[in-house]
Design a protein around this ligand. Structure first.
Ligand code: CAA
Length: 410
């Protein structure tokens, strides 16, 4: 793989809600075998946003962390893109609130992208094009994925919820990951696998069909990126995927290996199945620990896996190639190859959200359900007090007065 143009990810940071639900508690409350959630789906916890934590607050916290921890001057940011399917207004973009709350320069192009879980990858590739075209004039782009995944109480999607934001700074001298534009492949097809009508706070999903749509999109985007390659995986140290739930990464990896082998795999073929399991254990499983602990964060979930990889192996894997696959229902997808930059390992502490995650509060199921119900009314509440939700020390949504959303540090 050649890397003629050196554009890519220069900084990365995660921020998420202060509380979570343990999936063993949820399984018990729903009368389900916990192994279905922990082994069948591969999930252990899901982050739950309170009414005071929304797409804007999480995006700002992650953006501030990326800029601060990587020593970036906010005036260097010339493009700000927020990818989300959980916007807070039909017209006004989340990105413009974020621009204000991060104190970015007015000489900045700012917009929101929406395509289910694909918005951030759309933002990443658009900002790479902005840099490669020369229009950036040496400036950097800030791309933030921020979402709250909600399917509703008692639905099949409930154990695959989550919430969080990942901020990425994109530059022509990336310190973490270089992406080669010529290896970027795309795929689009109109399908009704997952959607959220204007009248609904909760996503609707044709769950099993959505898995097929995801796998078809992986095949299409990979073909567009690298063609009929039968030897690609051998040269990759890691394969990162969109992770609606951890088991989906296994299904995706299986599909990639099937494409390389030219036939379907099943457990009855013990040796090839073993080849799949070994490849998954080496190239995918180690980088799914944050996804298992946080849940589906939609647009940010692929990049959460990238944070996990870089915090654990940024030093050991310097100079090595990885693949990234982003899928957004509806559907749109991108597959691309990247190379970990020498020195990426130096940013381990800046990347690692472990301390923040350790401070989270475990919700009982009754409290979780009451937060979900309170969330239904949050956009219309005049006054919300973060203290009522055990929150302090961050940026919070404090209500909508005179039809205007208010954000305050508390
Ligand atoms: N012990 C161990 N495993 C068990 C088990 C038990 N007791 N009971 C069931 N399982 C296994 C099943 O065998 C299955 O595994 P396989 O897929 O490997 O066969 C797994 O647990 C899930 O079981 P079901 O398929 O029966 O679960 P379900 O029908 O209740 O729902 C789901 C699963 C369809 C993923 C549902 O959670 C859902 O609709 N989620 C939202 C949609 C989604 O995430 N789609 C993913 C692709 S679309 C996308 O990626 C975009 C996005 O972010 C939404």
């Amino acid at each position: 793989m050649t890397h003629s143009i050196s554009v890519g990810i220069d900084a990365l940071a995660f921020a998420g809600p202060a509380a979570y639900v343990d999936l063993s508690d949820l399984a018990k409350a729903r009368g389900v075998d916990p192994a279905k959630f922990t082994k069948g789906l591969g999930q252990h916890r899901m982050a739950i946003a309170s009414p005071c934590e929304d797409t804007v607050t999480m995006a700002v916290e992650s953006g501030a962390q990326a800029v601060r921890a990587f020593g970036i001057d906010p005036d260097e940011i010339g493009t700000l893109i927020v990818g989300t399917e959980t916007g807070v207004d039909h017209s006004k973009p989340v990105a413009v609130y974020v621009h204000d709350l991060l104190g970015l320069n007015e000489r900045c192009r700012t917009f929101e992208t929406k395509h289910a879980c694909y918005g951030a990858m759309a933002g990443l590739t658009a900002s790479m094009d902005w840099i490669a075209s020369g229009r950036a004039r040496g400036r950097k782009a800030l791309v933030i994925a921020s979402d709250i995944a909600s399917y509703g109480l008692g639905t099949p999607g409930e154990p695959t919820q989550g919430a969080g934001a990942v901020a990425m700074v994109v530059s022509e001298k990336p310190r973490l990951l270089r992406i080669q534009p010529r290896t970027i492949g795309d795929y689009t097809r109109q399908v009704m696998d997952f959607w959220r009508p204007l009248y609904s706070k909760y996503a609707l999903a044709d769950g099993h069909y959505s898995i097929q749509c995801y796998l078809d999109a992986l095949r299409g985007a990979r073909l567009d990126a690298v063609g009929e390659r039968h030897d690609l995986l051998a040269g990759l140290s890691a394969c990162l995927y969109h992770v609606p739930f951890v088991k989906m990464a296994f299904k995706a990896h299986q599909r990639e290996l099937e494409m390389e082998l030219g036939h379907a795999l099943n457990k009855a073929e013990a040796s090839t199945w073993q080849q799949l399991v070994e490849s998954y254990e080496r190239r995918c499983a180690p980088w799914l620990t944050l996804n298992a602990d946080i849940g589906n964060i939609y647009t940010g979930s692929l990049f959460l896996s990238l944070i996990d990889l870089l915090r654990q192996a940024g030093a050991d894997m310097a100079g090595e190639d990885i693949s990234l696959f982003s899928y957004g229902s509806g559907c749109g997808a991108t597959y691309c190859l990247g190379r970990i930059v020498e020195g990426a390992g130096d940013w381990r502490a800046a990347l690692d959200p472990g301390e923040e995650l350790a401070k989270r509060r475990r919700l009982g199921i009754a409290e979780y359900e009451s937060l979900v119900r309170a969330g239904e009314q949050a956009d219309r509440c005049e006054t919300l007090d973060p203290f009522d939700y055990g929150l302090a020390g961050g940026l919070y949504y404090t209500g909508t007065r005179n039809d205007r959303r208010h954000y305050e540090r508390g």
